[in-house]
Design a protein around this ligand. Sequence first.
Ligand code: SF4
Length: 328
Amino acid sequence: MAKIRNDWSRDEISGIFNSPILDLVYRAASVHRKYHEPREVQVCTLLSVKTGGCPEDCAYCPQAARYHTEVKIHKLLPVVEVIESARKAKESGSTRFCMGAAWREVRDNKDFDSVLEMVKGVNSLGMEVCCTLGMLTIEQARKLKEAGLYAYNHNLDTSEEFYGEIITTRNYEDRLNTLSHVRNAKISVCSGGIIGMGENMNDRIGMLHTLATLPKHPESVPVNALVPVEGTPLEDQEKVSVWEMIRMIATARIIMPGAIVRLSAGRVRMTMEEQALCFLAGANSIFSGDKLLTTPNPEESADKEMFQILNLKPRKAFKNAPEIPSLM
Ligand code: SF4
């Protein structure tokens, strides 16, 4: 197996990203087969445990309080309700359960204590527990780790250069600092981005370059296509073509060969054939359930049919994990 590299230059990544699409897919598929069981795809569930009313201004997000969208605001869900959702997700085949809260940052208060309880409860089901709660400190990261958190999601969203066009209430460095706290607390890192927000190809390459040159690659890289939501500044953005998604996925697979590359938002607008190409290009995870936080996602029955037709196998929890959290 080729050595995992963290010293990619932007030009090298650009050369891969811009190679002829069939060559790119072939190369990515070859790398994928060396590092992963190619038919295995992890099924994850993402639940919004606190929805809307967020003080941030992410231009793609219907949960930002300043945009007028149809998102139904709710405060933090009760712990038992969340654990019950995780149990149901496990029953229907998910091995990873991600809880998202529309917060700018984690605060040391009762809500955080409840999230720690949720983490403990989901961990005790034997699932990989992930959270996405905004920025956090190293102490908060350590508390989450102690509660049994397996992974933390914090997306870079886009390139450093384009970041200010999408979010003005925090900066790229804030993002990188949180990722480093997560890493230092020995929590698995999940970080990726969104395409179709008006960025150019150099921005996509720039974001991949930042991820692939972190001291350690994220274990999980979600690749999202924007799902424009009415009422947000990006409501009129055009749909990205599947080839653009494939280019992102294939490049991510080649430069971060050990990562789980997650085909995330935007799947609802893809055919099964298009998704199959994404799997061939190295995607090895999807989110199941009819909602991805607040945006639509394919029906569970359609995914089950896709697994059958494409002969995909669900990936087990904690596969290749260096450290499995003890069950509470
Ligand atoms: S993406 Fe997250 S931080 Fe940004 S507005 Fe939405 S909920 Fe808030």
